[in-house]
Design a protein around this ligand. Structure first.
Ligand SMILES: Cc1cc2nc3c(=O)[nH]c(=O)nc-3n(C[C@H](O)[C@H](O)[C@H](O)COP(=O)(O)OP(=O)(O)OC[C@H]3O[C@@H](n4cnc5c(N)ncnc54)[C@H](O)[C@@H]3O)c2cc1C
Length: 466
């Protein structure tokens, strides 16, 4: 940094006044995201309220040589929002949280990035519309965070991840300029697709200050079931059968028996399956689902006939990560270290993937739990260890790597929705290496793209490939 910390803080104070924070306890809060990845205390946290202020902080970063991490709610799970350098200013987007415009004919909404997913969907409900990217963390996750992590979620089986639901963006890039890209129409050809480049870029290309999001109507009617199985294999077979039946559920989620136990459910493997239907087809859908579940030994333990009712049934599944954390803390208290995986495999490979995941758990003697968005092949095995136990830490690290390699071998991905952050940099290379003679060719392409958007190396250093 060409000038000292004191000079930077004074400059920031001039612009941000009481929206600048340097108190140690606040800096500690921003020294890590929701993953176990260790970070360092940043030098300051600021809360801009408009794009002009975002431009100002980026220009200060260029002049003074400090780094910036834009954050929403810090719920990332791969170290994506964890500072690795002390000369970092956290740009928290939480005060830029307005809905700018809703079009109920064009089915788009323009928002500032700090609005939370649930707050947005609550407002959209009044219009009979939804933004269907629904991470389990939707109560806290912000649109900026979901877009920049390329997040997915509970409705992903039908609607897919964020990349399907963003039409346009405004962002401040590392030259200190604001750019506007994308359209308000679903079809949009304006040269290279810069909107998609930002999706999943994890705050490394710029700060998103506005997003135009594509919307879908809320389901007219709904068939939702919660079913219990004795083992993972039967549950997976039921999911495959539903697919063979050509049903297209909006939600297909599951947890294993260990998670069920922590969640206070009867022992077993649980499947939440919900199909958005058109009035009149409910009975037909219900009887197909009943069949698919019972033929595979499952029993139905609850039903819902509206999306709202089903959302309530789904609440325990939203607690998967909390249950995994609870299990880790029950075993090791604050010494617990939890690694959560985020692989996806093609649906046809699910039986193999689930079987081999369990084998890997046994092979490495790890404490593990399993659950995830099984309807789009996205599995979240987690494993935990005592930080101070080197042998156990090594075993969970090897488990983590082998799970990623399994996904690559099955032609899936090492990260479906959580992103690469710091924790999956090695696995990203593994995935690229499997498709290319030399993974460096692709890594160098990404580095060159980053350099164009961020020529001074301001944004979120140490992430993805850095
Ligand atoms: C309990 C729990 C459940 C979860 N379930 C899911 C799930 O089902 N699906 C899923 O996809 N994820 C899930 N996650 C992970 C996480 O919640 C999501 O990735 C979420 O999208 C992050 O939102 P956030 O606002 O917390 O973003 P943050 O963690 O603050 O930031 C995410 C990334 O985006 C960047 N960023 C944030 N805002 C901006 C901006 N305005 N401009 C540029 N870059 C920005 C950050 O630098 C960071 O790299 C879960 C996490 C938890 C703790």
């Amino acid at each position: 940094m060409s000038q000292g910390r004191g000079d930077v803080i004074r400059e920031l104070e001039t612009v941000f006044k009481d929206r600048l924070f340097t108190e140690p306890h606040i800096l500690t809060l921003y020294s890590h995201d929701a993953s176990s990845e260790p970070g360092v205390r940043p030098m300051a946290v600021i809360q801009p309220i408009n794009t002009d202020e975002v431009i100002k902080v980026v220009r200060l970063a260029i002049d003074y040589g400090f780094k910036i991490i834009p954050v929403g709610s810090n719920t990332s799970l791969s170290g994506n929002a964890t500072p690795k350098l002390e000369n970092t200013v956290i740009v928290s987007m939480e005060r830029m949280n307005s809905i700018i415009e809703i079009s109920d004919i064009d089915w788009y909404v323009r928002v500032q990035p700090g609005i939370k997913v649930d707050e947005l969907n609550l407002e959209l409900m009044g219009y009979g519309l939804q933004w269907p990217v629904d991470p389990a963390s939707s109560k806290t996750a912000t649109i900026g965070g979901v877009v920049n992590n390329g997040g997915g979620g509970m409705r992903g089986a039908k609607y897919g991840p964020a990349s399907h639901w963003v039409l346009g963006l405004e962002a401040v890039i590392g030259t200190g300029d604001a750019i506007r890209v994308g359209c308000r129409t679903i079809k949009c050809r304006e040269g290279y697709n810069i909107v998609q480049l930002f999706i999943g870029s994890e705050g490394t290309l710029g700060i998103v200050t506005e997003a135009t999001l594509r919307l879908a109507p809320l389901p007219e009617s709904f068939v939702g079931l919660l079913a219990r199985f004795d083992n993972a294999e039967s549950l997976v077979n039921a999911v495959i059968r539903v697919r063979k039946d050509r049903l297209w559920p909006m939600v297909t989620e599951f947890v294993d028996d260990k998670t069920a136990q922590i969640l206070g459910l009867e022992p077993g493997y649980y499947l939440w399956i919900g199909v958005d239907t058109y009035g009149g087809s409910e009975q037909q859908v219900l009887s197909k689902l009943n069949n698919d579940i019972s033929l595979n030994g499952g029993s139905i333990i609850n039903r819902a006939s509206t999306w709202q009712e089903f959302s309530k049934l789904l609440e325990p599944r939203r607690m998967l990560y909390s249950a995994q954390l609870k299990a880790a803390f029950n075993d090791y208290g604050t010494d617990a270290f939890l690694l959560i995986e985020d692989i996806a495999v093609p649906m046809s490979k699910l039986p193999e993937a689930v079987r081999e995941l369990q084998d890997l758990g046994r092979k490495h003697h790890v404490k593990m739990m399993l659950g995830g968005h099984i309807g789009d092949g996205n599995l979240h095995p987690s494993a935990w260890a005592r930080r101070t136990d080197r042998d156990e830490m090594e075993r969970i690290t090897r488990f983590f790597e082998d799970v990623g390699k399994l996904a690559v071998r099955l032609k899936g991905t090492v990260s479906a929705e959580h992103g690469i952050g710091t924790q999956k940099k090695g696995l990203l290379r593994e995935a690229l290496g499997a498709k290319n003679n030399n993974e460096d060719t692709i890594i160098n392409l990404m580095k060159n793209v980053k350099e164009i958007f961020d020529p001074h190396g301001v944004f979120n250093p140490g992430k993805i490939f850095d």
